[in-house]
Design a protein around this ligand. Structure first.
Ligand SMILES: [Zn+2]
Length: 99
């Protein structure tokens, strides 16, 4: 095993570049927005959110949530969640709650 670990950002870029995500409604090809964390179907227009998009959405609705609360609401592991914050992709006003 190599110690090389892809960051979530790198994975997201990789995913976007490969365009391998299919629309869950019609199976059409999708376009990924790294800014929004969404896949938009090129055929039917259905918008699907990845973890980044879901966290971003949740924080917009409930800006006071701690990381533990976000992780439990969205069923994302804290380890995965922390990567988003460590890469400065997301900012949580209550970061200090979890040292
Ligand atoms: Zn579709």
């Amino acid at each position: 095993m190599s110690g090389m670990k892809q960051s979530i950002l790198e994975k997201a870029v990789h995913k976007r570049n490969n365009m391998d995500h299919q629309c869950e409604k019609c199976g059409g090809s999708t376009t990924y927005s790294i800014v929004m964390g969404t896949y938009t179907c090129n055929s039917c227009g259905y918008v699907e959110k990845d973890n980044y998009g879901r966290i971003k959405d949740l924080l917009e609705k409930y800006p006071g949530l701690s990381r533990i609360e976000i992780a439990s609401v969205l069923h994302i592991s804290l380890r995965d969640l922390n990567e988003f914050f460590e890469n400065d992709m997301l900012v949580n006003p209550k970061n200090s709650l979890l040292g």
